[in-house]
Design a protein. Structure first.
Length: 98
């Protein structure tokens, strides 16, 4: 299954602590003890993903980002597709196996 077909979920909300400064985001994964600096788009995507009660596709996230931040879905879908595997590598999100 390709990245675009997968549904993604963030690590549990209670395991993520975050702050935003001047558009950038700092996320701390309480389970791993790792801290990550994310740019504005990546930070917004991770916030959207962690706020959801169910897994999301890239299209779901692009549509939600458009609604919340006014970013055209076409402009961000490709970036989201690239960042989700990186979130997985960092232990911030996982593809849903269901």
């Amino acid at each position: 299954m390709s990245v675009t077909e997968l549904r993604w979920r963030a690590v549990p909300r209670e395991d993520l602590a975050w702050r935003s400064w001047n558009g950038d985001f700092v996320f701390r994964n309480q389970c791993t003890g790792s801290t990550h600096l994310l740019g504005p788009l990546a930070g917004e995507v991770l916030l959207l993903l962690s706020a959801r009660d169910h897994p999301a596709t890239i299209d779901d996230l692009a549509a939600a980002l458009t609604a919340s931040a006014g970013v055209p879905a076409v402009d961000c879908a490709g970036a989201i597709e690239e960042m989700l595997p990186e979130f997985e590598r960092l232990g911030l999100a996982l593809p849903d196996e269901r």
